[in-house]
Design a protein around this ligand. Structure first.
Ligand code: TNX
Length: 531
């Protein structure tokens, strides 16, 4: 928390966004080789911090070949992560050390901040002598590191030695998230994405302080996680994808490695096994799971809502129990996502009967249940997390659940679905929930979006990316950038910073970073991208 009382803080924020706009104007009218004013970089961070106070004298810190990364015990891994980020472009050694001596340093300090900053908040101070990031936990330090990254020139993202100077504008940032849960979802079922492709996306979302990755691991078109007690799910059910390609699956070892990779970036993975619908891949793999005992063929189309587990067969519950047990053992996070959407061929009484048996299974494994908001039909516990994916601003199931005490995750399809086309010319994606240009993705307030759902009942936001039309990392990136940063800002930044003009200016400033990182982003006509 900044030492300013709240009203003053809001003023600082307003002044800061005004400055960002002014800075941008100056920049776009300048000649191409003119260096933008230093303070402008301090005001370009996405998601917008709670408060930014550029140094009035325009000072700066400059990384040198002698700069060290000084860490508290407990901050070593974040220190190594930062060093790995900065070494390729600078070519500097940047040793990570707990030695207090020496001049030029980036310090990562644990525990020396106002507890009101929470677990994810941080302060970042820059002066001529160094950079100091302080937080209560490694998560907070990591978030501070992501801000520091954006204070450096875009060339810092180069994976080979690039031209400096490596300056950081002087000033202070005090920051913490508005919502606890800031998520991205990747559908690896409709098209399979390799562990390397998933890691690439994890790296990208972590830049914007996303802290949860929801993996949609099973659907009609493919089962993507090895289940040792039901091996054909992966080996047969995972053997294709939309369009008939080879599909694929993660071995449990590969999956654990993905979870660990995400954890290093302070991201928790929520695995989803969709049920009782969206289960053709499982039904095709084991004939005995079908009511008529006949396995359907594998499916490579894009229809939804035609499959269902057999509600009245006992083996169904043995199957679900085995899958959830193995999945829980792979999941350090608190949630298992049970899907529950679009069960169009399951009657409502069957749907309720099914989940009344399945919900306690997850709870008995010590996990909380997440599910698409359709799951509320089965009245899960108040610890369950319904994920709203509708396209209207009110939903009775959700309002009732909130009245009972559930918190809600918001991913309205007409705002946050990254698989929707930007406009009618977008070569990839779908359009059932409408077109979503950048201003639409950015233009809603999660704290007041759903009627009867106050901000206090909103756990956070998620940007889902369904992959019916997406096959490679380039496709993921084209749909996620620049909308993913918009949703990330809605999840992180105080509403008082919400400002379309400021956002589009800051978004434009991200483009050179994406170019360095090889991210193929959509050049929305709403943004004045740098040439
Ligand atoms: C609806 S959103 C679905 C998915 C599709 C998606 C495509 C939701 C819970 N279900 O099965 O992939 O639309 O946008």
């Amino acid at each position: 928390m900044s030492r300013l009382p709240a009203p003053r803080r809001a003023l600082v924020v307003l002044a800061v966004s005004a400055l960002a706009v002014l800075g941008a104007g100056a920049q776009s009218s300048a000649s191409p080789d003119h260096h933008p004013p230093k303070e402008s970089r301090m005001n370009q961070v996405i998601p917008a911090p709670v408060s930014v106070t550029p140094d009035r004298h325009g000072g700066e810190f400059r990384l040198t070949p002698d700069t060290v990364i000084r860490v508290d015990r407990g901050a070593k891994r974040v220190g190594e992560y930062l060093a790995d980020l900065l070494r390729p472009a600078t070519g500097y050694r940047l040793p990570v050390t707990d030695d207090r001596h020496g001049d030029s340093a980036i310090s990562l300090d644990l525990g020396k901040v106002d507890p009101r900053l929470g677990d994810e908040g941080y302060t970042l101070d820059v002066d001529r002598r160094g950079v100091e990031i302080k937080a209560r936990t490694a998560k907070g330090l990591f978030n501070g590191v992501q801000s520091l990254r954006q204070l450096l020139p875009a060339r810092i993202e180069s994976r080979s030695v690039a031209r400096g100077p490596w300056t950081v504008p002087a000033g202070r940032i005090v920051d913490q998230p508005r919502f606890a849960h800031r998520g991205a979802m990747l559908d690896v079922a409709r098209h399979f994405f390799s562990p390397e492709e998933v890691k690439r996306y994890i790296d990208q979302i972590s830049m914007y302080k996303i802290n949860t990755l929801h993996l949609h691991l099973a659907d009609d078109q493919g089962w993507r996680i090895e289940i040792k007690s039901w091996p054909r799910l992966a080996t047969y059910g995972g053997s294709t994808e939309v369009g008939g390609g080879p599909g694929g699956y993660y071995t449990q070892e590969q999956y654990r490695d993905l979870v660990a990779y995400a954890a290093e970036r302070q991201i928790t993975v929520i695995p989803e096994i969709d049920m009782p619908g969206h289960t053709n891949a499982a039904l095709a793999s084991y004939a005995e799971l079908n009511c008529d005992g006949v396995a359907p063929p594998l499916y490579t189309g894009t229809e939804v809502g035609f499959s269902s587990l057999c509600i009245d067969k006992e083996i169904t519950y043995r199957f679900v129990g085995d899958v959830l047990r193995e999945l829980a053992a792979l999941t350090p996070g608190e949630y298992l996502h049970l899907g529950g959407d679009e069960a169009h061929v399951t009657t409502e009484p069957d749907y309720i009967k099914f989940f009344q048996r399945v919900l306690p299974m997850a709870e008995d494994l010590g996990k909380k249940v997440a599910g698409w908001h359709d799951l509320l039909k089965a009245s899960p516990l108040t610890s369950a997390l319904p994920q709203y994916w509708g396209t209207t601003d009110s939903n009775q199931l959700v309002t009732d659940a909130v009245a009972r005490g559930n918190k809600v995750l918001l991913s309205p399809a007409n705002k946050s679905y990254l698989d929707m086309k930007y406009d009618e010319n977008t070569p990839l994606g779908l359009s059932w929930a409408g077109y979503i240009e950048v201003d639409t993705a950015y233009g809603w307030d999660p704290g007041s979006y759903l009627q009867g759902v106050p901000e206090s009942a909103v756990l956070g936001v998620e940007a889902p990316l369904w992959s019916e039309t997406l096959e490679i990392s380039d496709h993921i990136e084209f749909m996620a950038f620049p909308r993913l940063p918009a949703i990330a800002e809605l999840g992180w930044s105080p509403w008082s910073t919400h400002d379309w003009e400021s956002f589009r200016t800051r978004l434009a400033a991200q483009a050179p970073r994406w170019t360095e990182l090889g991210i193929d982003f959509y050049r929305s006509p709403q943004i004045d991208w740098p040439a």
